[in-house]
Design a protein around this ligand. Structure first.
Ligand code: NAD
Length: 471
């Protein structure tokens, strides 16, 4: 008899629940062995991953190495290096009033964890949280995105080869499968995806009071100051925007450029795009280094944003070429956009860059203060007063001065959003902690507090009053 996917999920959840105590008490060595197996597999099956990502959206191999494999490899190395010390009880100092006690924090696994991943970096964004969850000692149900189906099958094959389902299980499927998973009771849900689906995830988690990490998206601005190293800035913005065909959660979504350097910026950006994707003058569409939009639905969505902007008066400064048969949208730069255009009302998640000019930084702050807090904010300037002003007057998941995207690769910095762009953090120790419960353990070694017990005689009352005075 064929088992339905729902029945299989429930069967695996039953197995995973019964292995929680074993996993909780697993040693650092056992967890390291699991991580090492994962690393060995992915490094020895690289070609399969390159092929899968090429089939999904023509992701160039160099981008797979840089943005998918390298990040996961470094994260595994980081976990392996630190896991022993993180698993140890973390001693805390004792407050005077509780003298005679000894306290420590014990990180314990959250337990049964669900990881739901998106399609844009389908390997990295599924496996990085998995690495953190394994390091913290959890049982894990992982659901990759159905939109990157070849990478999803690669992940399924890898997890099946490496782990017992009672420890880690990969379930492939769409929103319907996700909805079924979300109706089950987990101890933690780690979701990466859009703010709209993030709200659905959080509402489902609330039914079981399950904790959540929501790694979401939004519109991340880049601000170019009047005093800037333009040659390097345009290259960094072109790289950050058009890598993965603009389908990067922390890509600069749009740019504010000071009016003094506006034309210099546009000319420099055009040069940078050509030098990246048209160095041999065979046309950007023929470049092997330029990915595609993931599917026709997303292609139509991005084209709708472009058409709406053009209809309402935006000017195409560069690009704008389309090929629906291959989901190709060339790197595009727009000027004369207005904030009421659809392109400024939703995350673009494609290779179109609206450019706005400004005269004073207050104008920029004024606009950003009215918008949702972005996942990332980039400032390009050689003037520290300018960058400090922007950083002090804005809020974002992360901020980078004079570069784009690189914050994702820093294992000592937390990665995540704020409000609409996310809840919770990942990366390095923050990832380990996200999948851990910080249990407070306090050991009493005296009987001193008995002097404060009832009945509250005059002497007891006097003592309690002294506590308020002196402690
Ligand atoms: P998405 O929200 O459409 O889908 C993400 C996951 O949710 C997929 O696995 C999908 O199957 C599942 N899902 C879809 N509909 C669902 C529903 N109704 N109920 C439950 N689950 C459902 O996001 P996406 O299109 O895969 O990814 C793009 C978005 O993700 C962008 O907004 C981007 O900014 C964001 N993102 C954020 C990060 C980050 O680290 N903060 C990283 C990558 C992408």
């Amino acid at each position: 008899m064929n088992q339905s996917i729902e029945e299989r999920i429930q069967e695996v959840l039953f197995l995973q629940k019964s292995s929680l105590l074993r996993l909780k008490n697993s040693s650092a060595n056992e967890r390291i062995e699991k991580l090492q197996k994962l690393q060995n597999y992915m490094l020895s099956h690289q070609q399969e991953l390159f092929d899968a990502l090429y089939q999904d959206f023509r992701k160039p191999t160099s981008e797979v190495i840089l943005a998918e494999l390298l990040g996961v490899k470094r994260e595994i190395d980081h976990m392996i290096k630190h896991i022993r010390s993180w698993m140890k009880p973390q001693k805390v100092t004792t407050p005077l009033l509780l003298l005679g006690t000894q306290g420590h924090i014990q990180y314990e696994p959250k337990g049964l964890c669900l990881i739901i991943a998106p399609w844009n970096y389908p390997f990295n964004l599924a496996i990085n949280p998995l690495v953190h969850a394994i390091a913290a000692g959890n049982a894990i149900m992982l659901k990759p995105s159905e939109l990157s189906e070849h990478t999803s099958s690669y992940i399924k094959k890898m997890i099946t080869a490496l782990y017992d389902p009672s420890d880690v299980f990969c379930v492939e499927g769409d929103a319907q499968v996700s909805t079924f998973l979300l109706a089950q009771k987990f101890d933690h849900i780690f979701f990466t995806g859009s703010p709209a689906i993030g709200k659905i995830v959080m509402a489902a988690a609330a039914k079981h009071l399950t904790s959540v990490t929501l790694e979401l998206g939004g519109k991340s601005p880049a601000i170019i100051g009047p005093s800037v190293d333009m040659d390097s800035s345009v290259q960094k913005i072109a790289w950050g925007k058009y890598l993965n065909n603009g389908q990067t959660c922390i890509a600069p979504d749009y740019v504010f450029v000071h009016e003094k350097v506006h034309f210099q910026f546009l000319a420099g950006l055009e040069n940078a795009i050509n030098s990246f994707y048209n160095a041999d003058s065979k046309g950007i569409e023929n470049s092997g280094d330029y990915a595609r939009i993931v599917n026709r639905r997303h292609f139509d969505r991005v084209v709708r944003l472009l058409d709406d902007a053009k209809e309402k008066g935006a000017k195409v400064i560069f690009g704008g070429e389309l090929n629906p048969e291959t989901n190709y949208i060339s790197p595009t730069v727009l000027s004369q956009c207005t904030f009421d255009m659809a392109i400024m009302q939703e995350e673009i998640f494609g290779p179109i860059l609206p450019v706005f000019t400004y005269r004073s930084e207050e104008e920029v702050i004024d606009y950003l203060s009215r918008e949702e807090k972005p996942l990332a904010l980039y400032v390009f300037s050689e003037d520290k007063v300018f960058t400090d002003f922007i950083l002090k007057n804005t809020s974002s998941g992360s901020s980078v001065v004079n570069d784009c995207l690189i914050q994702f690769g820093h294992s000592s910095l937390p990665f995540g959003g704020v409000n609409n762009s996310g809840i919770g953090k990942s990366g390095g120790k923050f990832g380990f902690e996200e999948f851990s419960h910080f249990k407070a353990v306090l050991v009493q070694k005296t009987n001193f507090l008995r002097y404060f017990y009832p009945p509250y005689t005059l002497r007891t009352k006097w003592l309690i009053e002294q506590v308020l005075k002196w402690f």
